[in-house]
Design a binder for this molecule. Structure first.
Ligand SMILES: Nc1ncnc2c1ncn2[C@@H]1O[C@H](COP(=O)(O)OP(=O)(O)OP(=O)(O)O)[C@@H](O)[C@H]1O
Length: 675
């Protein structure tokens, strides 16, 4: 009755030597825990008028979570040189199956093997670079051009000893093959949906994967583009012996029959696995024949999405199916006749015999592989020398610095950021315009730096926290395919963005410092600007930590607000009498260090008393008959400044590094998310 999985022994035996991967999976099962829906408002409003029995059941339902099976013992295989299409209604488990096959997500039970060898976590790590996965969402640094995106990928993921000219040639080939040459210089965010999708596919193809998994690559494409994309995939499979698995929604009849294999899913279960042509025979066997002239794919979808509620129009189908599946059971299962057609198709499919066959094929394949490998000590040597990465740490660092420079130039050095810095500088410059260096303006000078330093810490904190989640997604995706070391990325990000990040406070300080007449000393200008840069690095580091460890934007935002305001209050701003058991808090505050460092710098000489009474304790009441000057040490002490410039600058550096390192650890611990 069913189409058997075939072990193409010719392909199999050559696959050890070549890079062909025969993927097999048997009884793959994946479940998710769903939080109970009856929460919050519903619980309160219903419980108010409920009977005690109802209350009990309600209590039970609110306290338990349910388990949903999203893949139910799914078995099948995909051979090199073939395109396997996954079809099924929305929510049937196509993406979940692709996620599991990609090795990037866990499943509870079942076996996944490549060329007969079951994938252990160790082997998975090793083979991930050979399994490319094009997800539904396009994940890029969208400010980069298509050519940049492909070139950086080629540089990072093609073997380091390949000449650069060869890598560039590969990029050109991909651009040409995917018809992207005319948009090669366009930033990705300006591309059409189809062009983005092709860029995504190109990025994966560049690494010459053995298995290419694609999640609905044709969604959002017009039918001509969809057909040409699928033809390209078929060409890839046939000409380069790639194993291609793609999910697809509703292909045209021509496309449907062009697939080598078809796997149909319904509610996480397989309902058919075999050739498209044989699927029609199968449907005829179960009395659900596709009407003449009707698109077979549409027909399959029609019967798979049918549910009880829609069953009135499908009575005939159900009766037919019931006749087939329950032929001998007479009237024992009357209720089956009310089952939806997809349920009956699930039951009609002999899942276990496919699973057994897949296991047997895998075993045979493994034996063949073992025989081949016995003769080939070179293979073992190659295995031993295997590294997950194709490039060295330093090479990755250099390429990532280059990419981050290009990306941050467009992301940080935007006209709006430049205008914002200049406008703030002018505004502050006007307000504090040409302050005299006397007793009267000591507190204004103090507040000038309070504003400057707190602003740059806040700005960096929130900018990093908001911008990083997008970057985090790209990094996790690239890392999941073994593109680079996380440490290389972090070092590259920190060093490359520094000049860009420095430029903005430098613009602000240049304008406001000279307009406000802070000091005629140029070295002081550079030193205070340097402190503002260190503040930016410290703030960015805290923002990165929140962005890397909290995935939910709302929670991240709330945490950041509490944290930033807390650090500010702990820093001793606005409150003089901090309880003794909370005084340690000030040592965590980047606000305090940047403010203290800049005030140490700026009150560099005695402050002339002018009778204004601002420094009453140091100058005397009227000033005239008292001191002429207040020494800079006294002023600094009166303002409550603590620590030397060097100490405060070093502490800013520590805050710039420690949370960044924790963010690195947090990111290391995270895996690319399913959804
Ligand atoms: N992490 C998860 N938590 C809760 N439910 C999940 C999770 N992952 C998948 N599901 C559920 O599992 C089912 C299968 O989802 P999946 O994305 O695999 O379907 P699909 O066939 O790819 O759908 P579509 O064609 O709409 O993309 C859906 O009902 C989905 O809501």
């Amino acid at each position: 009755m069913m189409q058997a999985t075939d072990t193409n022994s010719a392909t199999s035996s050559s696959s050890a030597a070549s890079n062909s991967f025969h993927l097999r999976w048997s009884r793959l099962t994946k479940t998710v825990q769903l939080a109970n829906e009856n929460k919050g408002l519903m619980r309160g409003s219903v419980a108010g008028g409920a009977s005690s029995a109802n209350k009990d059941s309600l209590k039970e339902s609110t306290l338990t979570s349910s388990t949903k099976i999203i893949l139910d013992a799914v078995s099948g295989s995909a051979a090199p040189g073939q395109v396997l299409a996954l079809m099924g209604p929305s929510g049937s488990g196509k993406t979940s199956l692709l996620n599991s096959l990609s090795g990037r997500t866990v499943y509870e039970s079942g076996d996944l093997s490549i060329n007969g060898t079951t994938l252990t976590p160790q082997a998975k790590k090793r083979l991930l670079t050979k399994i490319a996965y094009v997800k539904q969402a396009d994940i890029f640094f969208s400010h980069l051009s298509v050519r940049d995106q492909l070139t950086y990928t080629a540089m990072l993921r093609l073997p380091q000893d390949l000449p650069t000219a060869h890598k560039v040639e590969e990029v050109e080939k991909i651009l040409d093959m995917l018809r992207l040459t005319h948009v090669a210089e366009s930033p990705i965010h300006l591309l059409s949906g189809g062009e983005k999708k092709r860029t995504n596919i190109g990025t994966e193809l560049l690494t010459d994967p053995s298995v290419l998994l694609l999640d609905e690559p044709t969604s959002g494409l017009d039918s001509t583009s969809a057909v040409s994309l699928l033809q390209m995939l078929q060409h890839l499979a046939k000409q380069h012996q790639k194993t291609v698995i793609t999910s697809i929604h509703q292909p045209s009849s021509r496309v449907f029959f062009s697939f080598d294999k078809l796997m149909l899913l319904a509610q996480g279960n397989v309902v058919y696995f075999g050739t498209p042509r044989h699927s029609l025979e199968y449907l005829r066997n179960v009395n659900l024949a596709c009407p003449d002239g009707y698109n077979a794919a549409d027909h399959w979808m029609d019967i798979l999405v049918k549910s009880n509620s829609a069953s009135s129009s499908t009575k005939q189908d159900q009766t037919n199916l019931t006749t087939l599946t329950e032929q001998d059971s007479s009237d024992a299962d009357v209720e089956d006749s009310f089952k939806p057609s997809n349920q009956l198709l699930i039951e009609a499919w002999d899942n276990e015999s496919i699973a057994t066959q897949v296991d047997e094929d895998a075993k045979k394949h493994k034996e063949q592989q073992a025989a081949l490998q016995q003769d080939s000590s070179a293979v073992h040597e190659k295995e031993k020398k295997f590294s997950k990465y194709n490039t060295s740490w330093t090479m990755q660092y250099r390429i990532l610095v280059h990419r981050a420079l290009k990306n941050s130039r467009s992301a940080i050095f935007t006209p709006i950021n430049l205008i914002k810095s200049a406008a703030l500088g002018i505004m502050v410059g006007c307000l504090y315009f040409q302050m005299p260096y006397t007793e009267a303006s000591v507190f204004d000078r103090n507040s000038f730096f309070f504003f400057a330093m707190t602003y740059w810490v806040f700005d960096a904190m929130f900018n990093a926290m908001m911008a990083f989640p997008m970057e985090r997604i790209v990094i996790l995706k690239e890392r999941s395919s073994g593109a680079y070391h996380l440490s290389a990325y972090f070092m590259a990000k920190t060093t490359s963005e520094m000049p860009m990040r420095m430029a903005l406070p430098a613009i602000y300080m240049t304008i406001s410092y000279w307009m406000a007449g802070i000091s005629p000393r140029v070295d002081l200008f550079f030193l205070t600007t340097l402190i503002s840069l260190l503040s930016v690095i410290a703030g960015e580091s805290i923002g990165l930590l929140i962005g890397a460890s909290i995935y939910d934007m709302e929670t991240a935002m709330a945490t950041m607000t509490v944290m930033s305001l807390g650090l500010m209050l702990f820093g001793g701003f606005f409150i003089e009498n901090v309880p003794f058991w909370l005084t340690w808090g000030k040592y965590l505050s980047p606000f305090k260090y940047s403010f203290d460092a800049s005030r140490q710098l700026v009150f560099d000489r005695p402050v002339p008393c002018d009778g204004s009474g601002q420094l009453e304790r140091l100058c005397g009441l009227s000033g005239a008959e008292n001191n002429e000057f207040a020494s800079s040490e006294d002023v600094i002490e009166a303002l409550g400044v603590q620590g030397s410039v060097l100490f405060n600058a070093l502490m800013l550096l520590v805050i710039g590094l420690v949370p960044r390192f924790i963010a690195y650890l947090a990111l290391r611990a995270k895996k690319e998310q399913d959804r």
